[in-house]
Ligand binder design. Structure first.
Ligand code: ATP
Ligand code: MG
Length: 422
């Protein structure tokens, strides 16, 4: 579990703001959800025979003896919230949510026990059009941020009936090579053979490579759905490869699954993954409703952005107020309040804790402010303030207090809008 420190939190906030901007531009609305749910919700949705439910959940009994779990992902909670709040009753919903998720994993680069996801879910939509929209949206995100080292893989898992056929084919195949399977896979062979394909064990990869593929067992309607998705992606200019081994780590997927992966982050390359889960609402006790969504791993997203040379936009629209001498602090506070009123979003840092002119100027310099605003007893008397550039060769100026905003607006090119992400 990591602390996200001030030196990187600016990048986080910037990337979150871009995500907000993009999902909003596609008409998705925010839903905020609790971090705790009844354990049963995840057992029923994610599936009992999955890595998450078998090994990764933070589960405990509350004071009332009820089993609760810190959410390992958001989709189940979105569906639960949709049902308990009547949002799915003859309605469709396009929603997004974000926040920490918890999984008891072996911590390593790109894999943490508390990590963060940004989730987008479309509930009540059946067609491949929404699958395409959700993917096109993520392609826009990479373009918007200049991220190029990322590739899209897609697959279709069909409907439950075709999955049963595939399941039988897999059981037959894996039984034939049973002596070479690891312990997890042998256990999964009877209960959930598809999960074997999701194994992270390198020794298993060759056997998995040679296994039958889902696309051969696909039903006609799913084939058509998958074909239309591809046509829409082609038309939108979104490149992809079809990966018939892509099954994803959760049980509830049907038809479309996809994953955006990068080679820039070592072995934890999956940055954004998603898929369709047409059976989940019904499985959780609701009236049947199709649904599809994706989740972005924020830690990996931030790391990828940085690996591609991305930085949060610099913040230069800020000032540091230096106050030296009798009565100057009161004036400094008043000036700062007025600046905050008139130039909202600008960082106005007032020197706190006193100090000599020299030590205050040192702090001003360290603060990365563009200008120091200097108030001494002389300035106080004359109702002036010193405006000293800290990052340019410009001359220091003495400005009448009632002209300060206008002067700063001009100097900081305020009208053109400086970034205010931080
Ligand atoms: P992986 O195959 O890497 O274990 P997953 O299939 O378990 O991923 P999902 O449950 O689909 O992942 O979660 C969506 C995204 O969340 C992943 O693509 C990844 O970017 C991120 N993610 C998942 N688990 C972690 C983790 N423990 N730490 C950081 N990010 C994670
Ligand atoms: Mg995992």
């Amino acid at each position: 579990m990591n602390d996200i420190l001030p030196e990187v939190s600016g990048t986080w906030r910037y990337l979150e703001s871009i995500l907000h901007e993009i999902v909003q531009s596609y008409g998705y609305a925010e839903i905020r959800l609790p971090l705790l749910e009844y354990t049963e919700l995840f057992e029923r949705s994610i599936g009992e025979v999955t890595d998450i439910v078998e090994k990764e959940m933070y589960t405990f009994l509350d004071r009332n003896g009820e089993s609760l779990t810190l959410r390992p992902e958001a989709t189940a909670s979105v569906v639960r919230a949709g049902m308990t709040n009547g949002l799915l009753h003859n309605q469709r919903q396009k929603l997004w949510t974000s926040g920490p998720m918890f999984r008891y994993e072996k911590p390593q680069q790109g894999r943490y026990r508390q990590f963060h996801q940004f989730d987008v879910e479309a509930l009540g939509y059946e067609g491949p059009d929404v699958d395409a929209e959700l993917i096109i949206m993520t392609a826009r995100l990479w373009r918007r941020l200049g991220i190029s080292r990322i590739e899209l893989q897609i697959n279709s898992l069909g409907v439950p009936e075709s999955r049963l056929r595939y399941r039988a084919a897999l059981i037959e195949y894996f039984n034939g090579v049973k002596s070479q399977l690891d312990e997890d896979s042998i256990r999964r062979l009877e209960q959930n053979p598809l999960r074997i394909l999701d194994s992270k064990n390198p020794d298993m990869q060759a056997i998995i490579e040679a296994a039958p593929v889902m696309l051969d067992s696909l039903d006609e309607a799913s084939k058509e759905h998958f074909g239309e998705l591809q046509a829409l992606l082609d038309a939108a200019g979104v490149a992809y490869t079809i990966n018939p081994r892509l099954v994803r780590g959760l049980d509830y997927y049907s038809r479309t699954v996809f994953e955006w992966a990068t080679d820039a982050l070592g072995s934890q390359g999956a940055v954004c993954s998603g898929g369709r889960y047409d059976g989940l609402v019904e499985k959780l006790g609701g009236r049947p409703a199709p649904a599809v969504g994706w989740a972005m791993g924020m830690e990996r997203f931030v790391a990828l952005y940085e690996a591609c040379g991305g930085k949060a936009p610099p913040r230069h629209a800020d000032v540091y107020v230096v106050a030296v001498g009798e009565g100057t602090l009161t004036r400094a506070f008043a000036v700062a309040e007025e600046l905050r009123d008139r130039m909202p979003g600008m960082r106005v840092d007032v020197n706190l804790g006193g100090g000599s002119f020299k030590s205050q100027m040192k702090r001003a310099d360290k603060s990365n402010a563009a200008y120091a605003l200097i108030l001494g007893e002389q300035e106080l008397k004359e109702k002036h303030i010193g405006v000293k550039p800290l990052r340019s060769e410009e001359d220091q100026a003495s400005v009448a207090l009632d002209e300060l905003t206008a002067t700063l607006e001009k100097k900081l090119n305020w009208a053109t809008g400086y970034p205010t992400q931080n």
